[in-house]
Design a protein around this ligand. Sequence first.
Ligand code: ATP
Ligand code: MG
Length: 582
Amino acid sequence: MTSTEPSSPPTGRHPATATSAGAAGSDFIRELVRADIEQGTFGGRVCTRFPPEPNGYLHIGHAKAICLDFGIAQEFGGVCNLRFDDTNPLTEDEEFVDGIIADLAWLGFTSEGPPLYASDYFEQLHQWAEHLIGQGLAYVDDQDGDAISAGRGGFGQAGVDSPFRSRTVEENLELFRGMRSGAFADGARVLRAKIDMQHENMQMRDPVMYRIRRSHHFRTGDAWVIYPTYDWAHGQSDAIEGVTHSLCTLEFDSHRQLYDWYLSHVPVPGDVPRQTEFARLELTHTVTSKRKLAQLVADGAVDGWDDPRLPTLRGLRKRGYPASAIREFCAFIGAARTNSRHAIELLESFVRTELNRTAIRRMAVLRPLRLVITNWPDDADGRPVVELREAVNNPENDADGVRQVPFSRVLYIERDDFMEDPPSQFFRLSPGREVRLRAAYFVTCTEVVKDADGEVVEVRCTYDPATAGGSAPDGRKVKATMHWVSADHALDATVALYDRLFSAEVPGEATGDPLDDLNPTARELLTGCKLEPAAGDTAPGTVVQFERLGYFARDIETPTLWHRTVGLRDEWANIQKRLPKR
Ligand code: ATP
Ligand code: MG
């Protein structure tokens, strides 16, 4: 499999060092696979597949499926195929194939050999359809879509046989060949399996197998005017590939009976795959449905599939989520049989834990306020002295070393770090108050400069040269340590702050439409941010910790733009504290 994009996650850790979805765990799927191996089912073979439809980009929900499909194959010495289920030419595109391959590689997984495509099996599927017709198990129906759905009935409501259900094998074969050769208009006829119009499982009420659709397919071109339905193609594609464990999400539970019916009525050459369903991944404050994500993109509610507000792998990557943190999250939540929604803060805590270990520290001021040190010395030329202050790059990793940060008379501090009339719990800078500037000196605020509107535009301080070591020789204490950037040396930057994409925990819970809960202020763009010079040395795509502010990913295309990955506060820990103790 080839990738068009670098496969290293932003932290620089190569995915090959940690590709598994976690230790061979103990979820019910792994138990099943283990038992199959012990009992010699499938000759002890394990073959899984990840079967995306190339009609959108991968999201965090897919990551769960990928970690299971690829993880289980790796852990049990099997193989996992990447197969595109490309049966719907209307919505599918090469762009998505390439995107999915690249995102999969970024997440740390590659399939052995080139990707596979359901469209490569169209001829075989067609032969099997004729086989079913020959057995009297499929028929051509001339009813339109509405009539077919009406005839199906519903739950507890009888189905009605199509008037075309009793066509002879010969007639069906001739008509189906006519469908394939283009003798009929789009939608004029369909091929249906002949199962049971009174079946309690609606999927079994003579499902459609083929539709006439004159539509250009991105791989088969105009070779076909009929296309198989997903349900007709899926199980047979698994069988053709020798898939043993066909893992999919719970909504396919009711399809299993149909897939098994198809597989028992066509002459599949080898093992018949067995389907096992697991719960979809859902997260609070976001959606993990490709259809919903596609709608956000199409509506222009976000900037594209890689918008950092989205839970797409490209969005998360741009935002600075390390692939390894996503894999660890997926391993942690495991596979369950019942649907549940995980707190998005849990995912964020995996990201934060990883970045705390790996991200180097820099100072950045997002909403700058000038701070002038009135007793700062000039050099021989009458210019303010520039001192290089040493700061640790990563207290979690000595190997990351130190850097020099220029310090001089005019600095920027965070506007929030100063209050003219502070309440009693505010310990940062205010008139008459002394604070520590990280890696530099103690400063005391002596004066406030305001503009015509009365807004504070500058604070003036004195510094104590004796506090260069970070403490005062006389033992006096300060209650706050603040970050800063030297005005003359600062790099200008734009910073994107992100909030929840949906304000409701369960988007759409109240109205049924998630888009009603879209948070219009999920992104705040701050221009005029100031960074210490060493922030410019970090490679685009890298995540750094801006001290006291959070983790920020440097944009690859626009290196002056930084995306906030996650904040510093462990909100997951707070949520756990609120949960009732057992
Ligand atoms: P969506 O329902 O989000 O539109 P999909 O099922 O149509 O997604 P596919 O590309 O067909 O998307 O999915 C490929 C595989 O990923 C399937 O096996 C599917 O079950 C799995 N998958 C999709 N969404 C999730 C999710 N939220 N959690 C876990 N697995 C998922
Ligand atoms: Mg699907």
